[in-house]
Structure formats: structure tokens, C-alpha cells
Design a protein around this ligand. Structure first.
Ligand SMILES: C[S@@+](CC[C@H](N)C(=O)[O-])C[C@H]1O[C@@H](n2cnc3c(N)ncnc32)[C@H](O)[C@@H]1O
Length: 236
């Protein structure tokens, strides 16, 4: 058994020497979270799955949306909240599929692009040049700006009584964790979380893992496509 004194000595020595100069922290963390992801996938095989899938097809995410809408009876008076709208591909799809007149659709985005670099994408990438998607009708609402500014304002007057579909498509770890954390008190059994880049180890997956571990979130996985790139989760 290693003594606590030895552990303290080792920690002090590694910090004094500057362990970061020898070990590539980000690469090791990425490897670690890839292992967590692999373990998570082993324990979470949903009823709707094509894993392992040899390829990537963006169209599959629309099949998953259709499956969720039918299987979960979502054509109802739901609140659909999307974080990361950009030009509106997914937002417009959901708005057109859910025809219930009492449903409402909230789109959150800067509409001027990512607030920080994301891999090869630089800050400002994915901008829709301050333009929101053109949609007819009055069921949709835009919340322009950083989630960190617009979501607290939205929640001030949000009762959260309706069933929610929360679509997380912001790509970034910071944005995803912020949204999950902020919405935690409003989540109810049956609410659905739709992740768009779930299997990116240091972004959506890491945010999800830290969130469920910290808030003791109980959930079931409803479906996945593209090797868990798009993953749907239901709150228990
Ligand atoms: C991948 S795009 C969304 C794609 C869209 N859902 C689609 O289907 O085409 C990611 C978006 O998230 C937005 N975003 C990321 N973090 C944000 C934050 N903290 N506040 C506001 N918008 C954010 C970016 O501006 C960008 O438009």
C-alpha cells in the first residue's frame, strides 16, 4: 500500500518540476475521454442504433429525428430549445415536422459564429452574418447573443411546464456544459436531449459526462447515428 506521505511527496515533486513540460496534458486527456466514451458506449446501446457504422452520413440525423418524433410522440405542445442554430438546418427541420400549433421553438445563437476556436474552426466560424433563418408563422423565437447572456434572461420568465426537446449543437465544451448546467433545475422526466457531436471526446461528451456526474442525472439513451455522433437521451 502506497503511503499518503509518498503520494504527497510525488505530487509536490511533479508540480515543482513542472510535469506539464514533459506530459502532453491535452493529448492525454483526449485519450482518457476517448476511453470513457468507449466504456460509455459499451454500456449504452440504445434501441435505435446503427453502431458500428462504416462511414458518416449527415442525412442519418434526420432519420433519428423522425424516429424520435414518432416513437416519443413529440408532435405535441412541446418546447423545442436549440443551442447552436447557425443557418437553421436542424431548427427548420424540427419546426416543420412538429405541426402542433401549441408547440414553441426557441433558437439560441450569436448568429455571428463560434465565440472561441474549435479545433480547425476559428472564432467566428459558422457565422450566418447576423441573419436568422426565415420561417413563417409565430411559433418561433430567436435569442441572439452568447448563451451565457441570453439563456439566463430567457429562464427568468420560463415556467418549464411543457415537455422539452433540447437540441445541443454548439460544438464547444464550454457552451454545452453551460447550457446543461443552466437547464438542470428545469429538467423533468421525459425531456429529451439531442446532441449533435456527442462523440467528440473533449467537447460534447466531456461536457455531458461532467454534467451527469456532478448533478446525478439519470437517463436512458434513445438512439444514435453515425457512431454516436448524433445521440438522443431521455431524462428518467
Ligand atoms: C454547428 S453550428 C450549428 C448548426 C445547426 N444546428 C445546423 O443544423 O446547421 C454551431 C453554432 O453554435 C453557436 N454557438 C456556439 N457556442 C455559442 C455560445 N456560447 N453562444 C451562442 N452561440 C454559440 C455558433 O455561433 C454556431 O452558429
Amino acid at each position: 500500500m502506497i503511503s499518503i506521505q509518498l503520494i504527497r511527496w510525488a505530487k509536490r515533486t511533479l508540480l515543482r518540476l513542472g510535469i506539464h513540460k514533459i506530459l502532453p496534458a491535452r493529448k492525454l486527456t483526449k485519450l482518457g475521454y476517448t476511453a470513457y466514451l468507449s466504456e460509455w458506449i459499451r454500456h449504452n446501446r440504445p434501441p435505435y442504433t446503427s453502431f458500428p457504422y462504416s462511414g458518416f452520413d449527415t442525412r442519418l440525423r434526420y432519420n433519428l429525428y423522425d424516429h424520435l418524433i414518432a416513437a416519443e410522440k413529440l408532435n405535441d405542445a412541446i418546447d423545442y430549445l436549440e443551442f447552436g442554430v447557425a443557418a437553421g438546418n436542424s431548427f427548420v427541420y424540427w419546426e416543420q415536422k412538429i405541426t402542433n400549433k401549441a408547440a414553441s421553438f426557441h433558437g439560441f445563437d450569436t448568429f455571428t459564429g463560434l465565440p472561441e476556436d474549435w479545433g480547425h474552426f476559428k472564432k467566428g466560424a459558422m457565422s450566418s452574418n447576423n441573419e436568422m433563418p426565415a420561417i413563417d408563422g409565430n411559433r418561433h423565437h430567436w435569442h441572439q447573443g452568447l448563451f451565457q447572456v441570453t439563456l439566463p434572461r430567457f429562464l427568468e420568465n420560463y415556467a418549464g411546464a411543457c415537455r422539452k426537446v433540447i437540441h445541443l449543437d454548439a460544438d464547444l465544451f464550454s457552451s454545452t456544459l453551460y447550457v446543461l448546467t443552466s437547464l438542470s433545475p428545469y429538467l423533468k422526466s421525459g425531456d429529451i436531449l439531442m446532441f449533435d457531436k456527442f462523440n467528440v471526446p473533449l467537447d460534447e461528451f466531456k461536457a455531458f459526462k461532467i454534467w451527469v456526474d456532478s448533478y446525478y442525472i439519470e437517463y436512458e439513451v434513445l438512439g444514435e447515428v453515425n457512431n454516436y455522433y448524433q445521440t438522443a437521451i431521455k431524462i428518467k
